[in-house]
Design a protein around this ligand. Structure first.
Ligand SMILES: C[S@@+](CC[C@H](N)C(=O)[O-])C[C@H]1O[C@@H](n2cnc3c(N)ncnc32)[C@H](O)[C@@H]1O
Length: 291
């Protein structure tokens, strides 16, 4: 990859130095398409990042400028490439047991009554919205299996959804490096992962059975019919503008059971939801009006 550096003050000129011409207009068009498709807002400071992530697409397609790339992804024949563009521009950083206080709260405060209810034949549903490559939903499943090793015998399911089909596929396969699974407590790691060759491990069948991976756009239609006892939506809406964030938080209200629990990312805030949620712990909320 050529070194890139941002130039400024040249209307129509390249805003990032490198092998392809990339003007401010090109950046704006890409930002508009990404916003329309995903809700993600790209500030001007991300120009270099956009250049470096998309330059390889231009190279692969044999294009000479970002202008040609924009024309392609904006047209009817560019639908697949537009999805690739979106996948290239999303931030998929994630970790097993990220923000561990949420998993401690889940284990001690939320799961015990839910798993009791499951034993009495009730359904338990948890949604990892914006799940990236899977460590978040698998951490939820591991927390469940830690309390209830025969959880797959009951009506317990985790929906793991993301807009990016590539990360959904990685999650579905469930193969991770031993380094990636190092935050998983040793007893759970030894029991619920198996060797996958080299320095990789794969989720055991029980873990896989608890989690259903689906492609889903949070700013699009949500096809789910039933409600969720718990929603994790962490480090996703941080990339959206505030009105979009508020829209998502308010949509979650209709998808949570009474007293349902919502976990959000450490730098996110629940805005525009009035009295709908009550704060239970750090970035942990309950739908008000329940038990
Ligand atoms: C930084 S990751 C967070 C992963 C995980 N929740 C965590 O906290 O570790 C953000 C994820 O949100 C997804 N995302 C971004 N916009 C989305 C949208 N409109 N609908 C669904 N997922 C989206 C991205 O593809 C990415 O995988």
């Amino acid at each position: 990859m050529n070194a890139v550096s941002t130039k400024s003050g040249r209307p129509g000129g390249s805003i990032v130095e490198g092998e392809f011409l990339f003007t401010h207009d090109d950046f704006k068009r890409i930002a508009q398409m990404l916003h329309a498709d995903s809700g993600i807002a790209l500030p001007d400071s991300k120009a270099t990042l956009v250049y470096s992530r998309l330059a390889k697409r231009l190279r692969a397609l044999g294009l000479e400028s970002f202008r040609d790339y924009c024309a392609m992804v904006a047209g009817a024949e560019g639908i697949d490439e537009r999805k690739r563009m979106l996948a290239s521009l999303t931030t998929n950083v994630t970790r097993f047991f990220r923000e561990p206080h949420h998993f401690e709260h889940l284990k001690s405060q939320v799961l015990p009554p839910l798993l009791d209810a499951a034993k009495r034949g009730q359904r338990v549903r948890i949604w990892s919205a914006g799940c990236s490559t899977g460590p978040e939903p698998y951490s939820i499943a591991l927390t469940i299996l830690g309390l209830m090793p025969d959880a797959t015998e009951y009506d317990i399911k985790i929906l793991a959804s993301d807009i990016d089909p590539d990360v959904v596929e990685v999650g579905r396969k469930g193969i991770y490096s031993t380094e990636a699974v190092s935050p998983v407590p040793a007893d759970l790691r030894n029991k619920w992962f198996q060797n996958a060759g080299g320095r990789n491990v794969q989720v055991a069948d029980e873990l896989r059975e608890l989690v259903a991976f689906r492609e889903l756009n949070l700013i699009g239609d949500w096809p789910m019919k039933g409600k969720f006892n718990v929603i994790f939506c962490r480090n996703v809406v941080i990339y959206f503008q505030e009105d979009t964030q508020t829209m998502i938080w308010n949509r979650f209200r209709n998808y949570l059971t009474p007293n349902g629990c919502l976990y959000i990312g450490h730098s996110e805030r629940l805005t525009g939801t009035g009295e709908a949620f009550r704060t239970e712990a750090l970035t942990t909320y309950r739908l008000a009006g329940g038990r």
